[in-house]
Design a protein around this ligand. Structure first.
Ligand code: G6P
Length: 362
């Protein structure tokens, strides 16, 4: 069954492997005739009435929100802010006139997110919880719910919930942009784009062995590491860094690659691993420049790039998918690098020290 490991040594690997199937399940749950996204009209009408979206979440779900901002702004043309729940509730920014709140939460039980929802309800603003758990607190207390359909996620480090959240955000952005008449959304073939993503994810999970080799070569001994990228690749860098640090205890930072030279490059020493994510065409050559800068200071670099932007020597090459959806594919090798680094160092991958699957205290 879904909640058994079967032949897998750890749930984390099983859950990484399930991601292509989760993409296909979301398409069958949310798309009709390979074309029309089915989202409750009440949700779309409430979102249509809003002048700004506020995404509130914690941990990996917050990182899925960062990608969601790109999707809602590009496809639905609606200004979107993303906030860490533990900050937002007590230090609320000035809100727009007609805010709409989106809570992203795999478990639907995160206390930091819930305390924000309580305040949002007091202010009588509409809200939507996107969650993997239908009967959860955040689902019951928000105005609306959309489900992730990812199946139970058991490993503490979140993988398939992150990609399911981004896929649901893409479907919702397509549906919203379509009802508000945005040409970009109307023209966006989300069914076929997400099908291509599922196939590209499969190609990546099939590369496990070579990714394990990279993990052994670059990450098995190090104390620290960096992920760098720009734009949507920066969003993924932060999540990729969180994966590696939480399961392997390697101190890892996700950095906007252009910002490195303003301070952090001081940390690069002989052998420091730097993983560059390059899927964003307008900034690819800039990030290539940053890779050269860290190489010149002795870094060991791994480059993850898309086929159309790949250079000879890039260790991980991703099939090309829609620009807005590259995080769904580029995160997979990063999840596998984290998994194998933890495994090779002999840790309990599914139960990293000091962490809980869902944090129900503020
Ligand atoms: C905990 C988990 C993380 C998760 C975060 C938010 O810290 O260890 O993996 O991203 O909570 O959880 P949620 O259920 O709200 O998505």
């Amino acid at each position: 069954s879904d909640s058994e490991k079967g032949a897998y040594p750890f749930y984390m690997l099983k859950e990484i492997d399930e991601q292509p199937a989760v993409m296909r399940r979301l398409l069958s749950e949310y798309v009709e005739n390979e074309e029309t996204v089915k989202i409750d009209d009440h949700i779309l009408n409430a979102m249509k009435a809003a002048d700004r979206l506020y995404i509130v979440a914690a941990g990996t779900s917050y990182h899925a929100g960062l990608v969601g901002k790109e999707l809602f702004e590009s496809l639905a043309n609606v200004p979107t802010e993303v906030h860490v729940a533990s900050e937002f509730g007590y230090h609320m920014p000035l809100l727009s006139e007609k805010p709409f709140f989106i809570f992203l939460s795999q478990s639907g039980e995160t206390a930091d997110s819930r305390q924000v929802l309580v305040k949002v309800n007091e202010m009588m603003y509409p809200s939507l919880t996107i969650t993997n758990s239908a009967n959860s607190t955040l689902s019951r207390e928000a105005t609306y719910t959309l489900l992730l359909h990812a199946g139970p996620e058991i490993a503490v480090a979140s993988t398939k919930a992150y990609t399911a959240q981004i896929a649901v955000e893409a479907l919702l952005a397509k549906a919203l942009g379509t009802v508000t008449g945005q040409a970009k959304a109307i023209d966006y073939d989300v069914y076929h784009e997400l099908t291509a993503v599922a196939n590209a994810m499969q190609a990546m999970v099939d590369e496990k062995e070579s990714i394990n080799d990279l993990a052994k070569e670059f990450l098995s001994e190090t104390r620290n590491a960096f992920y760098i990228g720009r734009g949507i690749d920066y969003d993924v860098s932060i999540e990729a860094a969180l994966k590696l640090k939480e399961v392997s205890y390697v101190q890892t930072e996700g950095f906007a690659s252009g910002e490195l030279k303003h301070g952090t490059i001081a940390l690069i020493e002989e052998g420091t691993p730097v993983v560059a994510i390059i899927t964003d065409a307008p900034t690819a050559s800039h990030t290539r420049g940053n890779v050269q800068e860290v190489l010149a200071r002795g870094a060991n670099t791994i480059t993850i790039s898309t086929e159309s932007l790949a250079n000879e020597g890039d260790q991980i090459v991703l099939p090309d998918v829609s620009d807005l959806l590259t995080p769904l594919v580029s995160i997979v090798p990063a999840q596998l690098l984290a998994y194998y680094t933890s495994l090779n160092r002999g840790y309990d991958v599914d139960k990293p020290r000091n962490l809980a699957k869902s944090v129900t205290v503020e």
